[in-house]
Design a protein around this ligand. Structure first.
Ligand code: TYD
Ligand code: MG
Length: 472
């Protein structure tokens, strides 16, 4: 039988199939298969073509683990919020992927980082595959960075880019904006396809390792939040940062989701202004919403983002439904987690939501992943259902288990300190853990069961029984 020259590749996960199929077996995506020339897919790349006899390899020198490290390992940008997310600066010889929706500010962030690095004496190359030189210049001028010694080119050919980078003095920092626009002659597929993105990323990652330069690849994100193109790009690079935010608002969050050289739970907060991205060193105020203490359904969550405490307002709207199946909608939190809290409230606290639509939102468009938000979510839900405002001076945190118990969470002391700093005087939280210092001056009401919280809210404040218990 004649050998097939084309293969079908899932544009979401990179799975291959000899035939076109409607649904990808491996990732479940519909309509994601695209025909690609077999030479450019799995197992082949700039490193060699399938089917060719393997050349005899050369001996690679093996070295000791200890030894001289030639360059300073990190390249700090001087933009504190960015350095926090990378773990103290860009690591030399590493490749990063910066993902985000179109228009969120990836190019702005990177031109600012590039310019600051260049002003500090690093050799910086910015390759724009999306915008013309004039457009990038215009932006730099607007940002007041036009005088920074950044070397700029508008180019999309992988071969030309690599040759350019290898010509002349080696750069310290290279930005490729974006990986989806690059194409290599070795692959017979259009730019943006899995094969092209993979080959281009592989070539750029290899360049970073060989040259010692930091290479930042910009990537677009699809609707469901994954970086368009193969997931393998995420595996190839040393760090993956997501730049996210709510289009209508001006702040942006840079989040590390993978980092071989640093923490993955840190976030950097920026504000998009007319003069580019400005750092927000104290973001709590930003995520508190325009607080109306007399309104029911809002609870302030004392959260943590990495090592940084952050207060966030959680808003709930519980309203009688006109539908057979009530609606549950959630923005900024996990929908399954909401269902769980609703179920625990029904099963253990006798609070019924069966005839109500439930809407939950995290103020400011932040996305919360911590289970410690459970208690604040429950408080907002009960407050909205009962029509009882929670007061303006109280924060909530704690994890809720399926049994209805409120579990302790980490970093209670930092959470309380941040709340105190922002003028809160009370906290509703789980019992303090063993080694936990009770130093904070904030009044801590301890709840062991979710039902205690419900009783508390229903009573419109601190129930007498609990007050006695807390003082006894
Ligand atoms: P951009 O960096 O081009 O986004 P991306 O590269 O992620 O697609 O950002 C574009 C948006 O940012 C655009 O809507 C305009 C806005 N913006 C400002 O508000 N102020 C500025 O100083 C700049 C440069 C952009
Ligand atoms: Mg851009």
């Amino acid at each position: 039988m004649a050998k097939r020259s084309t293969t079908f590749v899932c544009q979401t996960c990179g799975a291959t199939s000899p035939r076109w199929v409607g649904k990808c077996e491996s990732c479940g995506e519909w309509n994601s298969f695209v025909e690609e020339v077999a030479g450019g897919s799995i197992g082949t790349s700039v490193f060699g073509q399938k089917g060719r006899p393997m050349r005899k390899g050369r001996v690679v020198p093996l070295v000791a683990l200890s030894g001289e490290i030639e360059q300073a390992p990190r390249l700090a940008s001087g933009i504190a919020e960015l350095d926090r997310v990378t773990g103290g600066g860009f690591v030399r010889g590493s490749a990063l992927l910066v993902g985000g929706d179109p228009g969120i500010g990836k190019s702005t962030l990177l031109i600012q980082a590039a310019a600051t690095l260049a002003q500090k004496g690093a050799r910086v190359v910015y390759i724009s595959g999306e915008e013309a030189v004039a457009q990038v210049r215009l932006r730099a001028e607007r940002l007041g960075l036009a005088s920074a010694p950044v070397s700029l080119a508008a180019e999309t050919s992988v071969e030309d880019i690599l040759t350019t980078l290898q010509d002349g003095p080696a750069p310290d920092f290279v930005v490729i904006d974006s990986i989806q626009t690059l194409w290599s002659e070795l692959v017979e597929a259009g730019p943006g396809t899995v094969a092209q993105v993979r080959t281009a990323a592989q070539a750029m990652v290899r360049y970073a390792k060989e040259s010692g330069a930091t290479v930042v690849l910009v990537g677009h994100v699809t609707k469901d939040g994954s970086i368009a193109g193969p997931r393998v790009v995420e595996h190839m690079v040393d760090a993956v940062l997501y730049f996210e935010g709510d289009g209508a608002r001006h702040f942006r969050v840079l989040r590390s989701v993978k980092n071989r050289f640093g923490p993955t739970d840190e976030i950097g907060v920026f504000e998009m202004t007319g003069l580019g991205l400005k750092e927000v060193p104290n973001p709590s105020a930003l995520f508190m919403g325009e607080r109306d203490a007399s309104a029911a359904g809002a609870a302030v969550f004392a959260g943590m983002e990495g090592t940084r405490p952050m207060l966030v307002e959680i808003q709930a709207l519980v309203a009688p439904t006109s539908l057979g199946t009530p609606r549950r909608a959630v923005v900024g939190w996990d929908g399954n987690r909401l269902s769980m809290i609703l179920a625990v409230l029904e099963a253990h606290c006798g609070v019924r939501f069966g005839q109500h639509d439930v809407y939950l939102a995290v103020a400011g468009g932040l996305r919360i992943q911590e289970p410690a938000a459970d208690l604040a979510v429950a408080a907002a839900l009960v407050s909205s259902l009962a029509g009882v405002p929670l007061g303006h001076d109280c924060v909530y945190f704690g994890e809720v288990s399926l049994s209805g118990a409120v579990r302790p969470v980490a970093h209670a002391a930092s959470r309380l300190k941040e709340a105190e700093k922002l003028g809160f005087v009370r906290a509703v939280a789980p019992k303090a853990g063993a080694g936990e210092s009770a130093g904070a001056a904030i009044k801590r009401a301890q709840v062991a069961q979710l039902v205690d919280l419900v009783t508390r809210i229903a009573a419109g404040g601190v129930p007498e029984r609990e007050r006695r218990a807390a003082h006894g």
